[in-house]
Design a protein around this ligand. Structure first.
Ligand SMILES: *[C@@H]1O[C@H](CO)[C@@H](O)[C@H](O)[C@H]1NC(C)=O
Length: 227
């Protein structure tokens, strides 16, 4: 591009300058060739509503202070006394509004011994994470059903490509702690067990028995355990 600009600046002919500008305008540009990525699961249009944003409107700059750019939500250990033995503390735009439009967010993930962050995916982000304490088995599955996994200890990092199903399970003797980061201010999480067996309203057994090739009893058990 620099050499083209140099070449054009050397010509005094306005026709070449006009043609050059036309080429630049028509070249594929990432910012002009597609919609921006969605920041929520859906956005049903209100055709009579006021113009809205993909995300949130901005607080007036005159009301912004230092406190807006700092977040203390990760200082406390999450309570892991639940069925999965995990607690995910979200540091996304909903908890930390300064992330709006900046395209990133973080989570703190605490694990009880044996605790699992169950198989899930993030529809809007790739995830990277670092194990701060303990020992985690981290795994993900590609769209070709290839399973990649490794046991990680303190200071080790992982990456989960956008949208792929993954999990972390504490395979150490004590508690574990990881911090994760996402290239979305609101990555979203599809937790597959809930997505299939704990919906409102419930997905018909006819769908689930056929999909999993099992009887109603098994589906009913899964629905009652997960709801
Ligand atoms: C996670 O930990 C917080 C803080 O202790 C607690 O308020 C919240 O209920 C916990 N969430 C789950 C799912 O256990």
């Amino acid at each position: 591009m620099a050499t083209i600009i140099l070449a054009v600046s050397r010509t005094t002919c306005p026709v070449y300058l006009f043609l050059f500008l036309m080429v630049v305008v028509l070249l594929p540009s990432p910012s002009l060739s597609a919609d921006s990525d969605p920041l929520q699961d859906f956005c049903v249009a209100d055709l009579n509503g006021k113009p809205s944003l993909n995300g949130f409107p901005c607080k007036p700059a005159s009301e912004v202070s230092s406190d807006d750019f700092f977040f203390s939500g990760f200082t406390q250990e999450g309570d892991t006394n639940n069925r999965f033995g995990v607690n995910v503390t979200g540091g996304n735009v909903l908890a930390f509004p300064a992330l709006n439009t900046l395209g990133l967010s973080m989570n703190r993930v605490d694990f009880a011994p044996g605790g699992i962050n169950p198989p899930h995916s993030h529809p809007r982000a790739t995830e990277a994470g670092v194990v701060i304490k303990g020992k985690l088995l981290v795994g993900f599955v590609t769209t070709a059903n290839v399973f990649y996994s490794k046991v990680l200890t303190e200071g080790e990092m992982f990456v989960i490509p956008r949208g792929l199903m993954h999990f972390q399970i504490n395979v150490g003797d004590g508690k574990a702690l990881a911090f994760t980061t996402f290239n979305s201010q609101l990555p979203g999480a599809v937790i597959f067990s809930s997505t299939l067996f704990a919906t409102r309203p419930t997905i018909p057994n006819q769908v689930l028995t056929k999909a999993f090739q099992v009887d109603d009893d098994i589906i009913n058990t899964l629905k009652s355990k997960l709801s």
